[in-house]
Design a protein around this ligand. Structure first.
Ligand code: T68
Length: 832
């Protein structure tokens, strides 16, 4: 049945009259040369590209800082309500090209640099990625702060100023090697240190009950250690520069005042050791996505940044307010997953212990301030901290959590009298030998809204993850479907397609992505199709050069570029893609004339360093690539490349060059996905399961213009309930069997038989948790359809246009408008 090809998205009322900033190319030239001379102490003759990049950033900052000051005066002057987006991750990528586009200075700067003998694109490539995140969750935070600024909402992002972001990846004999990321080894022009806003954070120690004269009592936390939080502000330029918000990242240092005793006791050297211990807190981003690691340092990181942020939020509030009932009028705090949950007991602690508010009053404030976004249903991904660890690191917070839980258990008792199993399930404390604090439960109990990130995911949050909470709080659980910023993910990364849209639908699609619909009625237009496909071809040629540079492999831009880029995880099923590649390879070896459109399979993915199976899959794909790419018998019809060090800046080269987007997670497990959106906006067709936002994409685009395959959420549940046996599929599908058996030989790993056997084992004896075998036949069929369709370039072009043009809903401005109206109750305050 045809899905309605109509957007359900509300009209985005973005600031869509975009004024040009007055700046000529001559003035920009002057500013850059000035920065070379006066800022960097060099000149145009001596400067290398890094210096040119630095000088250009500093020239741009002259405009940015001016707008930043105006925005801050505007917000502070009006004492506006603001949202505080707390996230352990902000995967920003590079900022120069993005800032230039948002300031509408890209063309001017391109001309300026050209006149100086420099190429802006090359200069942009000098910038190290700001990789302060793992994947989707961190990149979503980056898209959201772009949209918040573009729409003119008062907002601050709070996070950690990691010295080392996500590790850099390389391959050695096909295996992943991790090296530290050094994004700010030589400084970073985009950040401003704000020593005037330093915060101090207590840790460890013990809690004392102090009895007051009036017969009451209060608690005093005597810390065993104190950290200093130093804020670094990164300006976030909205498109059109009517608002420049900030991303405030906390760096940990030793608190000299706290360590003064050690100094005085002659312990100069010991004090230095304290210093480096304190600095480890913001040293490195934990590289685990989806599987939390219960390490003490991680809990300390979470508390450190939440404590700094909450204090900073209250400091801003107190500049204009003395009445605590007003806190929830001025402040919304959005928790990006459970990672910043500790902000809840921290706010309680400050209100009760320091501000000496009555518990019930403080609790009523907290319940109006916090909202929580859930990004996963994977049971192993839900954060739980051992009570023992909590007691050691945050003794007062544990007491507060106990009291919140005690009162909440009374609510549960009132609803389900005498039902202990309900209490056990809903309790914030999980009982047992090793008692745990369940962070998601604390979030749901406290938050006034809890949202999932795509429609199907939000439904599953209600029915499978938190059904009892949903019964208890029937209006709390809501949906806000994810989106991506069209500034970075179309305008900046695909300038040719952006220019086509400027011509076809008008340049303001950048702030109103629904306008792309203007091309839908012309999808059959031969001239439009030609221009669209020529652009795709150009982008593929560009990518082919990068592939050659990075891997040495030559690929033809006439082949289908079939791309899977995302974190390596079994539920995302890169191994399913691999099985299909092996099948194609086998078909080509069995029949040298096997008729297929040449195909290049492209992968990019990092595996968590401790995730064995993920690393094995990378190894297998690299080994398969070696064989296939050097096998004359396939006559160039099949190529496989695994690009090293997948990151935002590489993604920007991949999305525009894709013909096929692989979105093949087991139904019910990918909360939303956002790469799926970036591909489709850039004109790739999706091969995907009915999972996450793929489902809503199919509603917008029409499922018949995508390659949907595999079991649905309901079918997955049913199959698991019946008792799934992967051997049934193995013995019934000879191709599947021979592909898996191949992994037991030493064909791909000469001299090392069995080197890939554990992948096969996990798919058979291991039970195939993610149903790769169950979905294999359907996946393989979908690929035959892709092959057939690509042969008719007119049909393909039409589909590509229909996909891209229907993606309006999936822009992050729409997501932010949804948050602003249904959760935050925010009003816009752009500078005029
Ligand atoms: C992703 N989650 C979801 N987690 O998997 C994806 N987790 O479906 C969704 O589109 C995206 O969030 C945005 O909503 C993650 O990326 C992590 O990276 C992560 C990191 C640390 C701990 C747990």
């Amino acid at each position: 049945k045809k899905a309605p090809a109509k957007s359900t998205a509300k009209k985005s009322s973005a600031v869509n009259k975009v004024p040009e900033i007055e700046c000529t190319s001559k003035q920009m030239q002057q500013a850059i040369v000035d920065r070379l001379h006066k800022g960097l102490g060099t000149d145009a003759e001596k400067a290398n590209n890094k210096a040119w990049w630095n000088a250009t950033c500093h020239a741009v900052n002259e405009v940015v800082f001016d707008k930043l000051t105006q925005t801050q005066q505007n917000h502070s002057g009006q004492d506006t309500r603001s949202v505080n987006y707390l996230s352990l991750e902000f995967l920003m990528g590079r900022l120069l090209s993005n800032n230039l586009h948002n300031l509408q200075l890209f063309k001017v700067t391109e001309e300026a640099l050209k006149a100086l003998g420099k190429d802006l694109y090359e200069i942009c490539d000098e910038e190290p990625d700001m990789a302060l995140g793992n994947g989707g969750l961190g990149r979503l935070a980056a898209c959201f702060i772009d949209s918040l600024a573009t729409l003119g909402y008062p907002a601050i992002g709070y996070g950690i100023h990691y010295e080392h972001g996500l590790f850099a990846q390389s391959f050695q004999d096909g295996r992943q090697i991790e090296r530290p990321d050094t994004w700010r080894e030589y400084g970073n022009p985009w950040e401003i240190c704000r020593p005037e806003s330093i915060q101090h954070v207590p840790l460890y120690g013990y809690v004392e009950t102090v009895f007051d004269e009036d017969g009451g009592s209060h608690k005093v936390w005597h810390a065993g250690q104190k950290l200093k939080g130093v804020p670094w502000d990164v300006p976030i330029v909205g498109y059109g520069a009517k608002t420049v918000n900030i991303l405030r990242l906390w760096e940990s240092r030793a608190d000299e005042a706290f360590d003064w005793d050690v100094f005085n006791a002659g312990g100069y050297v010991d004090a230095q050791a304290e210093k480096s211990k304190a600095e480890t807190v913001s040293k490195v981003l934990y590289p685990n996505d989806e599987t939390p690691e219960g390490k003490e340092l991680r809990l300390v990181q979470q508390y450190f940044f939440c404590a700094c942020s909450v204090k900073d939020i209250l400091r801003r509030f107190k500049r204009h307010n003395t009445d605590w009932t007003k806190l929830s009028d001025k402040v919304a705090i959005q928790l990006n997953d459970t990672h910043p949950t500790i902000a809840i007991p921290e706010l309680m602690r400050i209100l009760v212990d320091e501000e000496r508010l009555d518990w019930d009053f403080a609790w009523s404030i907290c319940q109006k301030v916090f909202a929580y976004t859930n990004h996963t249903l994977l049971p192993e991904a839900l954060e739980k901290w051992s009570v023992a660890l909590f007691e050691k690191v945050l003794p007062r917070h544990l007491e507060i959590i106990y009291e919140i839980n005690r009162q909440f258990m009374e609510v549960v008792e009132a609803k389900w009298p005498g039902d202990d199993s309900k209490k056990a399930k809903l309790s914030i404390i999980e009982e047992g030998d090793d008692r745990k604090v369940c962070m998601a439960n604390l979030c749901v109990v406290t938050a006034y809204k809890v949202n999932g990130v795509a429609a199907v995911h939000s439904e599953l949050v209600k029915t499978d993850l938190f059904p009892e909470y949903h019964e208890l709080f029937p209006t709390k659980l809501v949906n806000v479907t994810n989106g991506v910023t069209p500034r970075r993910w179309l305008k900046a990364c695909n300038p040719k397609l952006a220019a086509l849209y400027d011509d076809e639908v008008g340049a303001d699609w950048v702030v109103n992505l629904d306008k792309l619909r203007g091309v839908l009625p012309k999808a059959k237009d031969v001239a439009l199709q030609k221009r669209f496909m020529d652009i795709k071809k150009d982008n593929k040629i560009e990518l082919a050069k990068i592939i050659k540079d990075l891997t040495g492999v030559e690929v033809s831009a006439d082949a289908i570029f079939d791309i899977q880029i995302k974190r390596l995880h079994e539920y995302k099923r890169q191994q399913l893609n691999m099985m299909h590649i092996l099948a194609l390879y086998k078909r080509l070896l069995d029949n040298p004339d096997y008729d297929m459109v040449p195909r290049v399979f492209i992968f990019g993915a990092k595996a968590a360093p401790g995730y064995h199976m993920a690393k094995q899959i990378i190894y297998a794909l690299n080994k398969i690539a070696d064989k296939v790419n050097n096998d004359e018998r396939v006559k160039g019809k099949l190529k496989v490349v695994f690009l090293p060090n997948y990151r935002v800046s590489l993604a920007e080269k991949l999305f525009p060059a894709a013909d096929i987007s692989e979105q093949i997670s087991t139904a019910g497990l990918e909360a939303s996905g956002t790469g799926n959106m970036k591909f489709a906006i850039n004109g790739a067709l999706t091969v995907g399961t009915m999972d996450g936002a793929n489902i809503e994409m199919a509603e917008e685009i029409g499922a018949e213009h995508m390659f949907i395959f595999g079991l649905s959420v309901a079918e997955v549940k049913e199959l698991k309930q019946q008792g799934y046996n992967p051997f049934d599929y193995y013995y019934n599908n000879p191709e599947l069997k021979s592909v898996l058996d191949w992994l037991d030989t030493d064909y791909f790993t000469p001299g090392h038989p069995g080197a890939l056997s554990d992948i096969k084992r996990s798919l058979l004896e291991g039970g195939d948790e993610y149903l790769c075998l169950a979905d294999y036949a359907s996946y393989s069929e979908a690929h035959l359809k892709i092959d057939a369709m690509y042969r008719d370039q007119a049909v393909w072009a039409e589909k590509a246009i229909l996909n891209s043009g229907a993606m309006g809903k999936f822009n992050s401005d729409r997501s932010i408008e949804d948050y602003a109206s249904t959760i935050w109750n925010l009003t816009k305050h752009p500078i005029s």
